[in-house]
Write a protein that binds this ligand. Structure first.
Ligand code: SAM
Length: 280
């Protein structure tokens, strides 16, 4: 027995650094993979409290335990705020397959998923097979390409465009600018919705500001909404949607998720003052 009763054996931790002075740490039992691709560094950890965790460039992308919040809110919100039930969608990013999976549950007939980094898909197939199962469905067309280039060249029009990307640095930087959103406007059908994840209003004010400013240049109706995602910085996360027509909820035949329901659909647009200011 140790002569130091409070001494612990060696412990391993994965930490996402928010600043030089602040980090969120997960105690991990194993590091399952670490790979450097042409675009980014990908790591997978087995954590004690959140199951497997996918990190890209040191930032949490998803965990088995709380991915449902993010994937509900990036799919069901635009689905029920579209003027009519959407039939086709374009997902940009989303190489884990989680967004495509939720869209299949909502009954979409065709989903094009454009992910820039094929290695994200391969890693997720190995470690998050229940999410990537969506890519085996014939209704899902997985394209490995830059989403910006894809949108620029697309002749097809979509009922929903879902930007399920990393934060506005590196390959995702230009997914937050007004030129990109003006191309999204061109390929979005009239009653449709475009939505992007727009970061933590508290720790990453730039993402929600960029999304609002950029979308407002092209779209008459833009609004940010928020969700509680425990493993993202501050746990308080934003998404920003835009439409060519009024942002109005469709309440018929609503399919709840594990987070999403009608009360959430209505109340998630309520922003505290500090966050509202970032959207003006
Ligand atoms: N849930 C996540 C979050 O907000 O932290 C997003 C997850 S998903 C894994 C993000 C994906 O966006 C990454 O796999 C990344 O490779 C992809 N991505 C980044 N820039 C992209 C681009 N320009 N075109 C297509 N995919 C892109």
């Amino acid at each position: 027995m140790s002569i130091y009763p409070s001494m612990k054996l060696i412990e391993n931790w994965f930490s996402e650094r928010y600043s030089d002075n602040l980090q969120l740490s997960f105690r991990v039992s194993d590091q399952l993979l670490s790979v450097k691709t042409d675009f980014q560094r990908i790591d997978v950890f087995e954590t004690y409290d959140f199951g497997k965790l996918l990190s890209i460039d040191g930032t949490v992308q998803l965990t088995e335990k709380d991915e449902f919040v993010y994937h509900d809110m990036i799919t069901r919100m635009p689905f029920y705020y579209s003027d009519t039930p959407p039939e086709n969608a374009l997902v940009i990013g989303g190489g884990d397959g989680g967004a495509a999976g939720e869209l299949l549950k909502l009954g979409l007939k065709s989903i094009t998923n454009v992910e820039i980094d094929g290695q994200v898909v391969e890693v997720c197939k190995k470690h998050f097979p229940s999410l990537t199962a969506s890519f085996n469905d014939p209704k899902v067309n997985l394209v490995i390409d830059d989403g910006i280039k894809y949108v620029n060249n697309s002749k097809e029009k979509f009922d929903m465009v879902i930007i399920d990307s990393t934060d506005p640095v590196g390959p995702a930087e230009d997914l937050f600018n007004e030129k990109f959103y003006s191309n999204v406007y061109r390929i979005l059908k009239d009653g449709g919705v475009v939505v992007t994840q727009s970061g933590s209003p508290f720790y990453q004010p730039r993402a929600i500001e960029l999304a609002n400013k950029g979308m407002k240049k092209s779209f008459p109706y833009v609004a940010s909404y928020v969700a509680f995602i425990p493993t993202y910085p501050s746990g308080f996360w934003s998404f920003t949607m835009a439409k060519k027509s009024e942002i109005k909820l469709r309440t018929e035949k609503v399919q709840n998720g594990n987070y999403f329901n009608l009360e959430i659909a209505r109340s998630s647009f309520a922003l505290p003052e500090f966050a509202k200011k970032l959207t003006l």
